[in-house]
Design a binder for this molecule. Structure first.
Ligand code: AMP
Ligand code: ZN
Ligand code: FE
Ligand code: FE
Length: 287
């Protein structure tokens, strides 16, 4: 029997709506063979999720989705198999959260100027952990009656190019990759096709990240088309990298993305996990 996995999920430790334990319980109920928790810029949910995984008998991979920037803009780096002690990464995470806070306040100021006033306290009240982001701002806009849905909040105000958007300031991709690799994590570029770079530029970006030590590409993702998926697989072969995949599940703020299933057809088999583990073992890393 083919079994499935999900290596990209978010909990209330960042901008998901399930607690870490709830998320793992759902993954177990769906009979997934393994799940990774990869909250944005946070490892705060990992202990709770791991404890739940031991109770439910599902393999758990400690992860994180780090916001970083390369020469062209924001990139998301998935660190998988993070160890428990991550002191050298914690300082980076704290820096990123501080920068997120400054950015969020600018977005709130822009919203006030645009006639959709909310307070920063109202945004904080939407969050379950220390990582605050645009989904929480979207929820606050909805609660204040300025929009009817999170989607509308993004479309009218928050998505890149819309009037309240503010780019993220964060750490360099090189530093992010090096920090996570120094801890023994496998580092993957999350959803490469969402970088919205033309193919030749995307190849240049991937080559640069590979030069910093990038281990894998997230070829399988809810927002990837079959052609995008094939492009990632080709790139991984070209640059001798591994492949990973996951739904990018967020819970009820993104109801169309289902845990382990993505938007409909996404299915990541255990062969993907086995191949990642084989690469780690070849480098003497624990799995
Ligand atoms: P931030 O880290 O603050 O830039 O927020 C990014 C997060 O916003 C993503 O991880 C998604 O969870 C969410 N997001 C981005 N675009 C949309 C959208 N169009 N609709 C709903 N959620 C979105
Ligand atoms: Zn998110
Ligand atoms: Fe992401
Ligand atoms: Fe994500």
């Amino acid at each position: 029997m083919i079994q499935f996995i999900d290596l990209h999920t978010h909990s209330t430790a960042s901008d998901g709506t399930d607690s870490p334990a709830q998320l793992v319980a759902k993954a177990a109920a769906l009979k997934l063979a393994a799940v990774a928790l990869t909250d944005h810029d946070s490892v705060d949910g990992l202990d709770e999720a791991e404890a739940a995984s031991l109770e439910r008998g599902i393999e758990f991979i400690r992860g994180c989705e780090l916001s970083a920037e390369d020469a062209w803009g924001e990139v998301h780096l998935l660190g998988l198999w993070l160890p428990r002690n991550i002191q050298s990464l914690s300082a980076e995470l704290a820096t990123i959260r501080t920068k997120r806070g400054l950015r969020n306040r600018i977005i709130v100021e822009k919203l006030c100027a645009l006639g959709a006033p909310i307070t920063y306290e109202a945004v904080l009240a939407e969050a379950g952990g220390e990582v605050i982001g645009r989904p929480h701002i979207a929820q606050a806009l909805m609660r204040a009656g300025h929009v009817g849905s999170v989607q509308e909040a993004f479309a009218r105000f928050l998505r890149s190019g819309s009037p309240a958007y503010e780019p993220k300031q964060t750490i360099s991709a090189r530093e992010g990759i090096e920090r996570m690799r120094a801890l023994g994590a496998t580092v993957a570029l999350a959803h490469p096709m969402l970088l919205r770079s033309p193919r030749d530029q995307l190849e240049t970006r991937i080559a640069a990240l590979r030069g910093y030590g990038l281990d894998a590409l997230e070829a399988y993702h809810s927002e990837h088309s079959p052609a995008g998926e094939r492009f990632c697989v080709d790139m991984a072969h070209r640059f001798d990298m591994g492949l990973c995949g996951g739904s990018d599940y967020h819970g009820s703020t993104k109801p169309s993305v289902v845990l382990g299933r993505g938007r409909g057809g996404l299915r990541v088999g255990t062969a993907v996990l086995d191949a990642l583990k084989a690469r780690r073992q070849a480098s003497g890393l624990p799995v």
